[in-house]
Each structure stands twice: as C-alpha cells, then as structure tokens.
Design a protein around this ligand. Structure first.
Ligand SMILES: [Zn+2]
Length: 226
C-alpha cells in the first residue's frame, strides 16, 4: 500500500519565520489531525525498513531548524505522534549557512537529544549539507559517514538518511547503505510506493500556503495530471 511521506523544514508564524520553507504551527496541527482522525499510523522514517501494511503517514523535517523544535515538536506531542528530523551535524547549534542571507538558527545537540528521548527520530542529513551527486563517491561516503559518527557520538542512533536538496544518485545510495542505512529520503511529487527503492523514498514537499485541499491535491490529483 502507498504511504504518505511529507517533507517540511521550519515551523513558525509568518511573522517569525516568513513563508519560505516554513509552515504555521496551526496548519501543521490541522494536517496532523486530518490523518489522525482517519486512523493513519504515524511512522518515523526508520520504520520504513519494514513496509507498512496499513495506511501510514510520516512527517519529516529537513535541517533540524531551532524553530522546528521550538514550535513544531509541541504540536506532535500534543497529538501524541512522532516526527523525524534531519540534522546537518557539523552545523548543529549554528545557522543554516547554505541558506545564504536567509540563514536561520539550527537546533543544538541538547535539543536533538531531548527530541530523541521524547520518541522522535533524528536522522542523517550529511555533515555539511552538500549536494551529494556533485561529489565523487569517496567524498559522498565521507560526508555520510561523518554525520553518522557525529550523531552516534552524541548518543543518537540514526536509522535513516535524508539527502540534502533531495539529490541523490546510485553512489549516494551505495554510500548510505555502506554506512548501515536501510532507509533514505529523497523528494518526489507523489506518494511513496512499496516498489520504490527503500534508499530513495519520495517525499512530497508541503509549502506554507498548502491548506488541506492543497495537501490532498499534491497527494492524489497532481500525480495524475502529469
Ligand atoms: Zn536540507
């Protein structure tokens, strides 16, 4: 059965975080409640090692922004469901330098460890937010291994990887596999299927303006309008 795997970034009001790569916490809450009311099972990314046999949804957040922990995490806990966060390990506690002048604060190790302790998953988003396929294999592997080790050294057993920018190739998947990952998150404009390579699961990006009808359009109608 297909699964709903969603990709978000920051969480905050428009006033605090703008509209780019952000979602308002009230809208996030509405999206979570929509799936909860319909008895979807809420999975962490690492749970996709075993493909679910019932309706499932997974909320993932790239980059582990400080705002995602501050305003997003309470929304999940209020609904008693887990989230998955992807940390750029060399920049934890600093800012998202790859965003240029729009750089925003990133969660620190204490935030990430507390989130893991509360039942959320913290995964690998590379050491330095690199475009993996632009690098030779040894450098792709070094970036993935570095993040894996950084997480482990802070007591975080990462069970999945998310490729920065959603960009990955065969060598990225091989390097992820060599690091022990069985689940990898990419991007795609459709639901995830059990036939997708488990190391390149497509996620649908949800934007600030995506009300529930837009979310449903992206899940069910847009894939048919190609
Ligand atoms: Zn990212």
């Amino acid at each position: 059965m297909d699964a709903v795997v969603l990709c978000f970034h920051k969480v905050g009001s428009q006033k605090k975080e703008g509209r780019r790569l952000n979602i308002d916490p009230r809208r996030l809450d509405a999206h979570i409640r929509f799936f909860a009311r319909r008895k979807f099972q809420f999975l962490r990314a690492g749970d996709f090692q075993q493909w679910p046999d019932r309706r499932s949804v997974c909320f993932t957040f790239d980059d582990a922004y400080a705002s995602t922990l501050e305003y997003g995490r309470p929304v999940f806990e209020r609904n008693e469901v887990p989230m998955t966060l992807y940390a750029v390990t060399r920049l934890v506690g600093m800012t998202s330098s790859w965003d240029g002048e729009l750089a925003r604060p990133l969660a620190d190790w204490a935030d990430l460890k507390a989130a893991q302790a509360a039942g959320h998953e913290i995964g690998n988003h590379s050491g330095n937010h690199v475009h993996l396929p632009r690098l030779p294999y040894v450098e792709q592997k070094a970036e993935i291994d570095l993040a894996h080790e950084d997480l482990a050294s802070h007591g975080i057993a990462s069970k999945s990887i998310c490729y920065p920018y959603g960009h990955q190739d065969e060598q990225s998947r091989l390097a992820a596999s060599q690091a022990g990952y069985k689940v990898g998150m990419a991007l795609g404009k459709r639901l995830a299927s059990p036939d997708d390579p488990r190391l390149a699961i497509p996620r649908i990006v949800i934007a600030f303006g995506d009300s529930l009808p837009m979310l449903l359009y992206k899940m069910h109608l847009r894939p048919k309008l190609k």
